[in-house]
Design a protein around this ligand. Structure first.
Ligand SMILES: Cc1cc2nc3c(=O)[nH]c(=O)nc-3n(C[C@H](O)[C@H](O)[C@H](O)COP(=O)(O)O)c2cc1C
Length: 306
């Protein structure tokens, strides 16, 4: 059988390719099975789940800007138990890794959701300590050293079976500090980055476009910030990094690998065209073959500074 140059390993778990769809941009995965063969994806990171169902912020919740998309969905989701009952059995029929992204309003809620997820048939947990769009929890955890340490170590202490990915907030001055705190608190991997806090105003009405006033900026506009943060994180920690932010084609993926990523997530691009992740997988294969690179993992952290 021909070797699979795209295979990567994160925390001992093999992914057939490093392309994972990003939380919040791919629903619970199954919705997209009408458009693409989701079994071709390396993995899916499911929409952020909380203990109870959440309806999110009021409309309008999304606005396109000339350089990126602003969203303030407010972590709308059906709650962890409904996900397990209604969505997971269907998602399990597909041949792809399942990462479940989750959050809580308090440390106790984070722990409770993590414990539930630790006992079901999924591959990894991804803790979101970095959503800018909710008043409680979210960004308050990911931008405060002590809260980051507390929430990551509390969750880690309470799970036994699954690796824990911590998703970092870019809305901090020094990402290295937060990456190190996560590693020291027991994170098994890091994903970086979540959205950047932004705002857009209608000049006729003088009102913010989003009901939440501010929102999270995503898409190609944030890619240079994300690449820089992955590079700085790679220099700081030993655990694997999943790069996220503005990826729309295979060249972006290669750039994230060179900066230090072991895998990547594709977010906003799914809204532009749900076939983008599949196209990227095919293009990456061709790129590696043409360059005679045996395995994509050999590119991780291969940056040359001098
Ligand atoms: C509409 C929308 C909803 C999102 N929801 C979540 C979420 O529930 N949990 C989370 O960790 N990140 C969430 N994100 C952040 C994305 O997973 C990703 O980190 C971010 O959009 C940057 O990647 P991109 O530029 O490829 O979109 C959301 C992003 C968007 C645009």
């Amino acid at each position: 059988m021909a070797k699979n140059r795209l295979e990567v390993e994160i925390c001992g778990i093999k992914f057939k390719n490093p392309i994972i769809t990003a939380s919040g941009t791919f629903g619970y995965g199954i919705e997209y099975s009408r458009f693409i063969d989701i079994s071709k994806l390396g993995g899916i990171s499911v929409k952020g789940l909380s203990l109870n169902e959440v309806s999110g912020n009021m409309m309008p919740r999304i606005i396109e800007t000339p350089a990126g998309m602003l969203n303030a969905i407010g972590l709308q989701n059906i709650g962890v138990n409904r996900f397990i009952e209604e969505k997971l059995p269907i998602l399990k029929k597909y041949d792809t890794r399942i990462i479940v992204n989750f959050w809580g309003k308090t440390i106790e809620e984070y722990v409770e959701v993590a414990k539930i997820l630790d006992s079901v048939d999924i591959d990894m947990l991804e803790i979101n300590i970095s959503c800018p769009n909710i008043k409680e929890g979210g960004i308050a955890f990911g931008t405060d050293h002590k809260m980051t340490e507390k929430v990551v170590s509390s969750v880690k202490k309470n799970i036994k079976n699954k690796p824990l990915i911590v998703k970092l907030s870019p809305n901090v001055t020094d990402i290295k500090l937060f990456a190190k705190i996560c590693e020291d608190s027991g994170a098994d991997a890091i994903s970086a980055i979540n959205t950047l806090l932004g705002m857009s105003i209608d000049i006729e009405t003088k009102k913010p476009h989003l009901s939440n006033i501010t929102g999270g900026l995503s898409g190609p506009a944030i890619k240079p910030v994300a690449v820089r943060m992955v590079y700085e994180t790679y220099k700081t920690v030993k655990i694997p990094i999943i790069g996220i932010g503005g990826i729309i084609n295979y060249k972006d993926v290669i750039e994230f690998f060179i900066a230090g990523s072991t895998a990547v997530q594709i977010g906003t691009a799914n809204f532009v065209d749900p076939e983008i992740p599949i196209k990227i997988i095919n293009d990456l294969k061709t790129y590696l073959e043409n360059k005679n690179i045996d395995k994509i993992s050999s590119l991780t952290g291969s940056i040359k500074i001098n």
